[in-house]
Design a protein around this ligand. Structure first.
Ligand code: NAD
Ligand code: IPM
Ligand code: MN
Length: 352
């Protein structure tokens, strides 16, 4: 029995996770998957009531007793500094050393693309976002805070080990999946030190993959090229901050934040899967959030657990629902979150 931890979190994270769980439970039953879902209430409500964000022993429990974690989203206007979300989200990313943030950018239906004349196969690449370093490590500090002489420092930490392993992962993924090009993106024209390390490591690791073309874009130009000619990309690797930004662009290329899936991966350990979007507080509990990003994320998780057919089935069901306009309003349909999840379950149920 493989245990999966379900952490709905906050806001629409709760709404979309409910639908992803329905899909997972249906597949478990129909396809006799050897999985068991355990639910955890970590999030703003618990934090505000008890002061507990992520109990210190929880990561150890996840590490030892779980095959995967599914996270909805975190973020609540009552906790403006995101203290609980930092503990939970970064707690998992850093604490479980989930150094690969895999964010596929796949257009599932050309109607959803904001660009003119783009076909489904035109937008089909993966961004590997470094997930444990860079500007996210939280080092820095204030000096003379609250005065007119205030200094705020936020340091970008890049280690050889960290840069090497994410770039190597991107090349390995490219090789295993028959891709012919890896694109590295940074900002070495302005950010000299980290840029220098990223460029050197990209050259060094890339040299071990003679059959794969190496390409580089400065991240500002990458953002532009993702709009101008997204069909040129296969595998993109970049740092934590830039990866965060360009994957929101990637989400919109697929039809919006409600469509984008992600996996936070440690190749040797328990991994965490979450949609790219946040808790969208204004839509929380209103049955309007698009659950497809979460459902596709559940599919990605199943694939990761070795259930390839089931992962593919989930994606096919989403494709079919979009084609039949069984979607939430952000995609032009008129269904609620729950009814959209029901439609996916009905498609999967009818499939075999
Ligand atoms: P957001 O992703 O929550 O929402 C931005 C906008 O995108 C929404 O207003 C909505 O128009 C659209 N959107 C997002 N998800 C959607 C869905 N499933 N269906 C339909 N439309 C959707 O980003 P935000 O407003 O910048 O952040 C809200 C909170 O979420 C903040 O606290 C932020 O820090 C947090 N956040 C958390 C995560 C995470 O947990 N992984 C990711 C991003 C943002
Ligand atoms: C994401 C989110 C998070 C990030 C926030 C909520 C800290 O935007 O997962 O893309 O920046 O990584
Ligand atoms: Mn983001």
């Amino acid at each position: 029995m493989r245990r999966i931890a379900i952490v709905p979190g906050d806001g629409i994270g709760i709404d979309v996770t409910r639908e992803a769980v329905k899909v997972l439970e249906l597949l478990r039953e129909k396809r006799s998957l050897d999985i068991e879902l355990s639910h955890f209430d970590f999030g703003a409500e618990k934090y505000l009531a008890t002061g507990v964000s992520l109990p210190p022993e929880q990561l150890e429990d996840f590490r030892n007793n779980y095959a995967a974690i599914f996270l909805g989203a975190l973020g609540d206007p009552r906790i403006p500094d995101m203290a609980h979300a930092r503990d939970i989200l970064f707690g998992m990313r850093f604490g479980l050393d989930l150094y690969v943030n895999m964010r596929p950018v796949r257009l599932l239906d050309e109607r959803l693309c904001p660009l003119k004349d783009r076909k489904v196969g035109d937008i089909q690449f993966v961004v590997f976002r470094e997930n444990t370093e860079g500007l996210y490590v939280g080092t820095g500090g204030f000096f003379k805070k609250g005065t007119k002489d205030e200094v705020a420092l936020q340091e970008s930490v890049n280690t050889y080990k960290g840069v090497e392993r994410i770039i190597r992962f991107a090349f390995e993924y490219a090789k295993e999946n028959g891709h012919t090009k890896v694109t590295m993106s940074d900002k070495n024209n302005a950010l000299r030190f980290e840029g220098d390390l990223w460029v050197r490591v990209f050259d060094e690791v890339g040299a071990r993959y003679p059959g794969i073309q190496k390409e580089h874009w400065f991240v500002d130009a990458l953002a532009m090229q993702m709009i101008k000619r997204p069909e040129q990309f296969q595998v993109v690797v970049t740092n934590n901050m830039f990866g965060d930004i360009v994957t929101d662009i990637g989400a919109q290329l697929q039809g919006g934040l409600g469509m984008a899936a992600s996996g936070n991966i440690n190749p040797g350990g328990v991994c965490m899967f979450e949609p790219v979007h946040g808790s969208a507080p204004k839509y929380a509990g209103k049955n309007v959030a698009n659950p497809f990003g979460a459902i596709l994320t559940a599919g990605l998780m199943l694939e990761h657990l070795g259930y390839r057919d089931e992962g593919a089935l989930v994606e096919q069901a989403v494709v079919r629902a979009i084609r039949e306009r069984k979607t939430t309003t952000d995609l032009g349909g008129n269904l609620g979150t729950k009814e959209t999840g029901d439609a996916i379950c009905a498609i999967i149920d009818a499939a075999n």
